[in-house]
Design a protein around this ligand. Structure first.
Ligand SMILES: Nc1ncnc2c1ncn2[C@@H]1O[C@H](COP(=O)(O)OP(=O)(O)OP(=O)(O)O)[C@@H](O)[C@H]1O
Length: 452
C-alpha cells in the first residue's frame, strides 16, 4: 500500500504524459483520485464525488481505467487490477491517506475549502467578465503589488466565487507556503461570534488566524451589512493586512458605493484598490460555458440542445449549468435521447414566461443544499446523518416561513415524512436559534440568498 502511495504522483504524471491529458482534465479527474486500499492484486481507488459528482465514476473508469492500469504496471513493474469507489460510500476514518491527513493538518488555517474545479483554466472569458478575469489573474500573479484590495461584484451565480478560488489556487500553486485564506463573510461572522463566546476559539486566536496571513479572500461581503461587531472586526482585520502589504480580495453583489448601510470607513477602504464587475454573459459566452461544462463532465450533447439552453437561460450561470445537468438526468431516468423536446420538458419550471422566480420549497432546498455543500437529493432522501438531517430541518423551517405549503405538503416533499416530523424539525430549528447566534446568522444569510 505504502509503496503505491509513495509512487502515486509518479503514476498519475506518467498517465498524463503518455495519454496527453490536458492540464484541466488532469486537475479535474486525476488529481482527486486517491489510493484507498491495496489487497493482494487489487487496488481500490477513491473518487471524491463531493467535488466532481457521483456520475464521474462511470466516466473515469471508462476513460481512464485502462490507461491507469497500464501506468501502474509501468511504474510498479507489476500488474494490478483496479476498482473505483465513491468517497461518500467509504467510512470516513479510512478515506484519508497519511499524506492527506498531514496536508489537512498543516493547511488547517488556510484554504479548508477550495473547489478544485474553480480554476482559471475552467473559467470562460467573455465580454461580460474580461476585466474581472484580467484583474484577478494580475492579482494572482503579483499578490499585494498592484490592486489592493481587489473588489469583484456582480449578480447571483455569475462567477465571483469561481474567480476567487482561481486566484487562491494560482497563488498556492506558485507558492505552496503562502498562507491563503478563503472565507465567506457568513463563516467569518460565525467564527467571530464563537470566539466572543469562547467556543472552539478565543478572540485572540480569531484575530491571529485572520491577521497572520498573506492573502485574504472574503466572499459575499454583503452579508456583514448591519452586523456591527463583524464590521468593526473586519475593519481592523482589513487595516492590519493592508498595512502589512497583504493582499485582500472581496466579492459582493453590489459595488461599494451602492451598499447603502455599509459604514463609510469600510466603503472608502474597499475603493482604495480596483473595483471590477461581472455582467450577465452574452449568447456566445453562454454557449462557450456550456461547451466547457460538456467537456469537463465528459458529455456529448446535441448542438441544438445547447442553443436551446443558451437562448433561454440568460441571467445566471449556475442555472445555465444546472439546466444541462437536469436534461442529462432526465434523459438517464427516462432512458431517452437528449434532444430539444426532452430539454423543453426538463426545463419547463426553469423557463417561466414571466421570468420571475417564485419562492418554492424546491428553490429553498436547492439553496440550502448548495450552502451546506450537500446535494438536493440528500435533503429529499431518508438519510438521517446529522450533516444532512439538520439542513433538512432548516428546509422545513424556511419552507414553512417563506411559502404557503402546509406541514403535510412539506413532509410529503421531503421524503414522505409525517407532518409531526416537520413540526418537530421546525421546533428544533426555532429552539436552537434562540440560543445559537451563529444559526441565526446562517438563517439570515439563507433568507437573503433565497430572496436576494
Ligand atoms: N465564466 C465562467 N466560466 C465557467 N464557469 C463559470 C463562469 N462563471 C460562472 N461559472 C460557473 O457558474 C457557477 C456559479 O458561479 P459562482 O458560484 O462563482 O457564482 P457567484 O457569482 O459567486 O454566485 P453567488 O452570487 O451565488 O455567490 C459555478 O459552477 C461556476 O463554475
Amino acid at each position: 500500500m505504502n509503496e503505491i502511495q509513495d509512487k502515486w504522483d509518479e503514476i498519475l504524471e506518467y498517465l498524463k504524459i503518455e495519454h496527453c491529458v490536458t492540464d484541466v482534465s488532469f486537475k479535474t479527474w486525476l488529481l482527486p483520485l486517491k489510493v484507498y486500499s491495496v489487497d493482494d492484486n487489487l487496488i481500490t481507488i477513491s473518487i471524491d464525488d463531493k467535488m466532481i459528482g457521483p456520475d464521474s465514476k462511470n466516466f473515469i473508469s471508462r476513460k481512464y481505467g485502462v490507461p491507469l492500469k497500464v501506468a501502474i504496471s509501468e511504474i510498479m513493474n507489476h500488474n494490478y487490477n483496479i476498482e473505483f469507489v465513491l468517497k461518500s460510500q467509504l467510512k470516513p476514518a479510512n478515506t484519508a491517506t497519511e499524506s492527506d491527513k498531514k496536508k489537512n493538518s498543516t493547511n488547517n488555517n488556510s484554504c479548508s475549502f477550495l473547489n478544485p474545479r474553480y480554476t482559471f483554466d475552467t473559467f470562460v472569458v467573455g465580454a461580460n467578465n474580461n476585466l474581472a478575469h484580467a484583474a484577478s489573474l494580475a492579482v494572482a500573479e503579483s499578490p499585494a503589488e498592484i490592486y489592493n484590495p481587489l473588489f469583484i461584484y456582480g449578480g447571483v451565480g455569475l462567477g465571483k466565487t469561481h474567480l476567487m478560488h482561481s486566484i487562491a489556487h494560482y497563488i498556492l500553486e506558485q507558492n505552496p507556503q503562502s498562507k491563503v485564506m478563503y472565507v465567506t463573510s457568513e463563516k467569518f461572522t460565525n467564527e467571530l461570534i464563537e470566539s466572543i463566546r469562547n467556543v472552539n476559539t478565543t478572540p485572540t486566536e480569531f484575530r491571529e488566524k485572520y491577521r497572520n496571513i498573506d492573502v485574504l479572500l472574503i466572499d459575499d461581503i454583503q452579508f456583514i451589512i448591519g452586523k456591527e461587531s463583524t464590521q468593526e472586526e473586519f475593519f481592523h482585520t482589513f487595516n492590519t493586512l493592508h498595512e502589512s502589504k497583504k493582499q485582500i480580495i472581496i466579492s459582493s453583489d453590489k459595488p461599494p458605493k451602492d451598499i447603502l448601510t455599509l459604514e463609510e470607513r469600510l466603503r472608502s477602504r474597499f475603493e482604495w484598490g480596483l473595483t471590477v464587475d461581472i455582467q450577465q454573459p452574452d449568447y456566445e459566452t453562454r454557449m462557450a460555458i456550456l461547451k466547457k461544462k460538456e467537456e469537463l463532465d465528459g458529455l456529448q450533447i446535441d448542438n441544438e440542445v445547447m442553443k436551446y439552453i443558451a437562448t433561454n437561460i440568460k441571467s445566471n450561470i449556475r442555472e445555465l449549468e444546472g439546466a444541462l445537468t437536469k436534461i442529462v438526468a432526465l434523459s438517464r431516468l427516462k432512458k431517452k435521447e437528449v434532444n430539444v423536446t426532452l430539454a423543453e420538458e426538463a426545463l419547463k419550471d426553469l423557463i417561466s414566461p414571466e421570468d420571475k422566480k417564485q419562492v418554492t420549497p424546491e428553490l429553498i432546498i436547492d439553496v440550502i443544499a448548495e450552502h451546506f455543500n450537500i446535494t438536493s437529493a440528500d435533503i429529499y432522501s431518508v438519510n438521517k446523518s446529522r450533516n444532512i438531517a439538520f439542513p433538512r430541518q432548516i428546509a422545513m423551517y424556511l419552507s414553512r416561513k417563506l411559502t404557503d405549503y402546509s406541514l403535510a405538503e412539506i413532509g410529503k416533499l421531503l421524503g414522505n415524512r409525517d407532518h409531526t416530523t416537520v413540526l418537530h424539525g421546525i421546533d428544533k430549528v426555532e429552539k436552537t436559534m434562540k440560543k445559537d447566534l451563529t444559526l441565526q446568522n446562517t438563517i439570515d444569510v439563507l433568507n437573503k440568498k433565497i430572496n436576494p
